[in-house]
Design a protein around this ligand. Structure first.
Ligand code: UN1
Length: 498
């Protein structure tokens, strides 16, 4: 067993323990006796120290030219590239995803660095004619201030990068509060940010529990913006608190994503998509395919194909090159996924394959759950409506395309969606009628790229989009600037009306 890493908070350029001295530990979900790291159990006073540092640093950081701010972010990308393998190994160990996926997680951070850095030379505003003679009008993007970033464990590198990189390029200072399941990944990532040479206080890291450090951060009155990715329950608290304390807030929450397979689809292709979308990252993506909406003409055949493929998936630790499906993140989540099996059965769904905790051989050392297909699911069942966040997919049969889209849309969430068809008219109808932030045609529900907006409609989000140029809208506010060079008072809406 490896010696546990000692993680600390990073505040004002210094690595610090929590003022109260308490520590917590993270464990390898594939080998639960293995402590991966110890980390500070921070409280409100630690948060306050970080806020003071971030506020102080903001005064000068906002004045650093945006292209120069972006160069620091570019350097993070270069250093991340050098440490890609080391970081991927750590992700696999602490979060559990297979190494190939862990490399993808880091790569998403690298892509985000280079993409965001380019924005430092864009940050475009507009110029527009004034209604007055000898008057100039334009818009400029302004940073917001101190941004609290609260991030989940499922993409422990990519998601902090999505949030921190554009925030920094836009001239904000940041405080990252990573998930308590993946503190070592966050610490290594912030070491890389630190190595890029940001001035002290521009990027800060505070570890701890959501209900302590996270809550203190969201409630702190000297924070300007909270960007949160996580559960809908916590998101509701974050949103309400930010509303009460007048903070900007960007929420990225649950999903109940569906893939539709029509009778004209390339079934092999749709199968590849379904297996990857449902069981990739052990179903622990907010974009994961948790409903498969199948046309009745192909339902039987496709279900048999899916069952066959699912039965062959290899469960194991992420660092085993044979592994296709890693562990569930922790005991609580494992129990939650397990409870959904009882709920499914009680409501009349059929567990076609899987449905249980996997504990054969070395799997008994970790939190493994069998890849599971639930058949005979109807749209009103809880397993068709609630986010499970595990390797579980529900099959729903439909008779035509309209019904497929109606069922796909019959959910409180709206993150990702997918339709497999060879019919161009159906494809375009789906693009128009699906209620989701992301729609794939002939591709799985997972796999968003960093230069496109990422986010969802309905209860998935609150109208913001991360990534893409839309990230700039999260982390800046517009200022309208008027310059009157007429030398006299010109009264808008009055002096040009006669
Ligand atoms: C998430 O699960 O919160 O689109 C993010 C995808 C990844 C990001 C997932 N690029 O599946």
């Amino acid at each position: 067993m490896k010696t546990p890493l000692t993680c600390r908070n990073y505040i004002n350029g210094q690595w610090l323990n929590a003022a109260g001295g308490s520590i917590l530990e993270s464990r390898n979900p594939a080998l639960v006796d293995e402590v991966v790291a110890t980390f500070p159990r921070s409280q409100a006073d630690d948060i306050d120290t970080a806020v003071t540092a971030a506020r102080q640093a903001y005064r000068s950081w906002r004045k650093v030219p945006a292209p120069a701010r972006a160069e620091y972010v570019f350097r993070v990308g270069e250093i991340l590239l050098q440490h890609k393998e080391e970081l991927a190994q750590l992700i696999s160990q602490e979060m559990g995803k297979p190494l190939t996926e862990a490399r993808g997680d880091v790569q998403e951070g690298i892509d985000c660095a280079f993409y965001s850095a380019g924005e430092g030379r864009r940050l475009f505003g507009q110029t527009t004619p004034s209604e007055m003679p000898n008057k100039f009008a334009m818009t400029v993007r302004m940073p917001i201030g101190i941004c609290a970033l609260i991030t989940p464990w499922n993409f422990p590198v990519a998601i902090p990068c999505w949030k921190a990189m554009p925030a920094l390029v836009c001239g904000n200072t940041v405080i990252l509060k990573p998930a308590e399941d993946t503190p070592a990944c966050a610490t290594k990532l912030i070491e890389i940010f630190a190595a890029a040479g940001f001035p002290d206080g521009v990027i800060n890291l505070v570890h701890g529990l959501g209900e302590e450090a996270g809550k203190a951060l969201v409630e702190h009155t000297n924070i300007d913006l909270v960007s949160f990715t996580g559960s809908s329950e916590t998101g509701a608290f974050v949103g309400a608190t930010c509303g009460r304390t007048h903070k900007r807030v960007c929420l990225e929450m649950g999903g109940k994503n569906a893939q539709v397979v029509m009778e004209d689809a390339d079934l092999e292709l749709a199968l590849d998509g379904a297996v990857w979308g449902a069981f990739g990252t052990t179903g622990q993506r907010c974009t994961a395919t948790s409903r498969l909406i199948l046309h009745r003409d192909i339902k039987e055949k496709f279900t048999a194909m899916l069952r066959e493929r699912t039965s062959k998936l290899r469960l194991g630790a992420g660092n085993n090159p044979e592994t296709e499906v890693g562990p569930i993140i922790n005991e609580k989540q494992l129990q939650r996924v397990s409870q959904y099996m009882d709920i499914a059965r009680e409501e009349g769904a059929k567990v076609l394959i899987g449905g249980g905790i996997a504990n054969a051989g070395s799997l008994k050392n970790g939190y493994f759950f069998e890849p599971t297909i639930l058949d005979n699911v109807t749209p009103n069942m809880r397993v068709a409506r609630e986010e499970i966040f595990g390797p579980v997919v529900a099959l729903i049969e439909v008779t035509d395309f309209e019904e497929a889209i109606a069922i796909l849309n019959d959910t409180n969430y709206g993150l990702s969606s997918s339709v497999y068809t060879r019919d161009i008219n159906r494809a375009f109808t789906a693009m128009r009628d699906i209620e989701a932030g992301i729609t794939y045609i002939n591709g799985p529900t997972i796999g968003a790229e960093v230069h496109l907006p990422f986010g969802g409609v309905k209860q998935t989000g609150n109208g913001h989009r991360e990534a893409g140029t839309t990230a700039l809208d999260v982390f800046t506010e517009w200022k309208s600037v008027y310059v009157d060079f007429s030398g006299s008072l010109q009264r808008a809406q009055i002096d040009n009306r006669g």
